[in-house]
Design a protein around this ligand. Structure first.
Ligand code: 3SL
Length: 246
């Protein structure tokens, strides 16, 4: 690891990607409610995920016999095998299987970010693990919030702010963009009780109407897994743990 500080910045939504995308080797995609929390749960359970942006692409895979998880507007899309619930990805019967995943915002963000050398997946569930992994990588990092249909959202910003805060505090990273400074302060205001801070947030209200309270609780609980999912070709798999050499 060199002594030179690396840069970490926050991009709030996929439609701002073009404004931020230069000069970063690593993109971290965040969709706390619920796509990247679901991916962390799946990968922790030994499931390989192939993210696709459209229902048409998902259909092509389903026709070839793949298991397909498809969500739009918080609901399972009719005709597909499952939706986007992280709890459903913990099913032991899925262990060792490959699941195609398409969601309203999260998988679209992953496919936008894939032009980067490395793409990894973050949620509140793997917060500490992703921070430790990024410190080990020692590269410039862009945190991409999936937002909601290209709009800013609070839960992805809190997660991005938590990662940026931790990395800047490590003194190995710096940030200059106002988006990063704002994310950091939003996280600091929320961190004592993220669950109640987000009570009025738009997507939490949307999911509550759909009776997805168990998923909301699951997704808003920090540090429940040490998995770091990364994109390898078309597949999302667990990053190999680096051996620390003395
Ligand atoms: O937008 C997405 O990618 C989904 O995670 C949305 S939902 O939480 O499944 O409604």
């Amino acid at each position: 690891m060199t002594g030179e500080k690396k840069r970490i910045e926050v991009c709030y939504s996929p439609n701002q990607w073009h404004l931020y995308k230069k000069d970063y080797e690593i993109a971290i995609v965040i969709d706390v409610l619920r796509a990247t929390s679901a991916i962390c749960a799946a990968v922790e359970n030994g499931v390989t995920i192939i993210p696709v942006s459209s229902l048409e692409e998902a259909q092509v895979y389903q026709d070839k016999g793949y298991l397909v998880a498809a969500e739009r507007n918080g609901q399972i899309v009719e005709g597909f095998d499952m939706g986007n619930s992280p709890v459903s990805f913990k099913n032991p019967e899925l262990k060792g299987k490959t699941v195609i995943l398409t969601t309203t915002n999260g998988t679209k963000a992953i496919n936008i970010a894939r032009e980067k050398e490395t793409v990894a997946i973050a949620s509140l569930n793997n917060l500490e693990a992703i921070c430790n992994w990024l410190i080990e990588q020692n590269k410039n990092v862009l945190l991409l919030g999936s937002g909601w249909k290209d709009k800013f959202n609070l839960e992805d910003t809190i997660c991005a702010g938590a990662i940026a805060d931790e990395l800047i505090e490590s003194h190995k990273f710096f940030a200059e963009e106002d988006s990063t400074i704002a994310a950091k302060f939003i996280y600091r205001s929320a961190k004592e009780n993220i669950f109640s801070f987000l009570k009025a947030s738009s997507h939490r209200r949307r999911l509550r109407k759909l009776n997805l309270n168990e998923d909301i609780k699951y997704c808003l609980t920090p540090n429940t897994t040490s998995v770091v999912p990364i994109l390898q070709g078309d597949e999302i798999v667990a990053a190999k743990k680096q051996l620390v050499s003395e």
